[in-house]
Design a binder for this molecule. Structure first.
Ligand code: CP
Ligand code: NVA
Length: 300
């Protein structure tokens, strides 16, 4: 089994992964990797958290990691994704890939005989979404009817994954972004099959009763050429202390990181008492371990 999209897992499967994470936390794990497994990381985009935590995750499970830099591999000279996948499948046991295109990731998975994990594409960031939802569950003790306001770039990869996985688990999702700027229609439509999911352009309405306010950069990797335009376009949707006043009193603030203080979020908020971003980042390691263990038990 691969993990390419949050849509690969049902609510029950996500809860099984959360149970593995709980067991890992308590040191009472029932399953372990069957052999000294090797995880290859193929990253076309930069990363601090996901790369490091995946490398640590597999080592902590008794395996080893290999980082493949596309610019120093034959991919840079035109070797196809399919051929690369077939060869890597012969050497390693898992592949975590950070790609620009979701289609390239699907191509990688189609040609792999080992589990492929999406470590972020332009369309999704599913391992992040599971770590985020696990963090919310720990903080709020439930996910059902928990109201998550995703503010800013509501069409970002992180928004797509969080809205669909969150809705599957019964959370309510409010997507708050500029008038005329739409969420990804595929994820929005699917998410609405599971829970209350709305889009707002009025901040007051969008964050009303929010248990969680979540934001991400206004300029995702690959959008650098439009940076100034995007920063101006989304600027009104900065997460700041006056926005928090519209939410519940016990609202918590999340950000997948890296953060840009003074752009999508103020220093006062991200470094303030309502921020749980460091716990959120920490949980990436735990959930990645749980995902690797879960996939190791499944057949492709
Ligand atoms: N949140 C996240 O994926 O961070 P990195 O880009 O540093 O991996
Ligand atoms: N939306 C951001 C997430 C970074 C973890 C990006 O794609 O750059």
């Amino acid at each position: 089994m691969h993990f390419l999209s949050v849509d690969d897992f049902s609510k029950e499967q996500i809860n099984e992964i959360f149970d593995i994470a709980d067991d890992l936390k308590k040191g009472r794990l029932a399953i372990s990797l069957k052999e000294r497994s090797v995880l290859a990381l193929l990253f076309q985009k930069p990363s601090t958290r996901t790369r490091t935590s995946f490398e640590v995750a597999i080592v902590k499970l008794g395996g080893a990691a290999i980082y493949i830099d596309p610019s120093t591999s034959q991919i840079s000279r035109g070797e196809s994704i399919g051929d690369t996948a077939k060869v890597l499948s012969a050497y390693v046991d898992f592949l975590a890939a950070r790609m620009f295109s979701q289609n390239d990731l699907l191509e990688l998975a189609r040609n792999s005989s080992i589990p492929v994990i999406n470590a972020l594409t332009d369309t999704e960031h599913p391992t992040q979404a599971l770590a985020d939802l696990y963090t919310i569950l720990q903080a709020k003790k439930k996910l059902k009817k928990i109201r998550i306001a995703f503010v800013g770039d509501i069409a970002a990869n992180t928004a797509n994954s969080l809205m669909l996985a969150g809705a599957k688990l019964g959370a309510e999702i409010s997507l708050v972004g500029p008038n005329g700027y739409q969420p990804n229609p595929v994820y929005f439509t699917k998410a609405r099959e599971f829970s209350r999911v709305e889009a707002h352009d009025e901040i007051k309405d969008g964050v009303a009763d929010a248990d969680i306010i979540y934001t991400d950069t206004f300029v995702s990797m690959g959008q650098e050429k439009e940076a100034e335009k995007r920063k101006a376009f989304f600027s009104k949707y900065q997460v700041n202390s006056s926005m928090l006043n519209y939410a519940k009193k016990d609202v918590l603030v999340m950000h997948c990181l890296p953060a840009h203080r003074g752009e999508e979020i103020t220093a006062e908020v991200i470094d303030g008492p309502k921020s749980i971003v460091w716990e959120q980042a920490k949980n990436k390691l735990l959930l990645e371990q749980a995902i690797i263990l879960y996939l190791s038990e499944k057949k492709l």
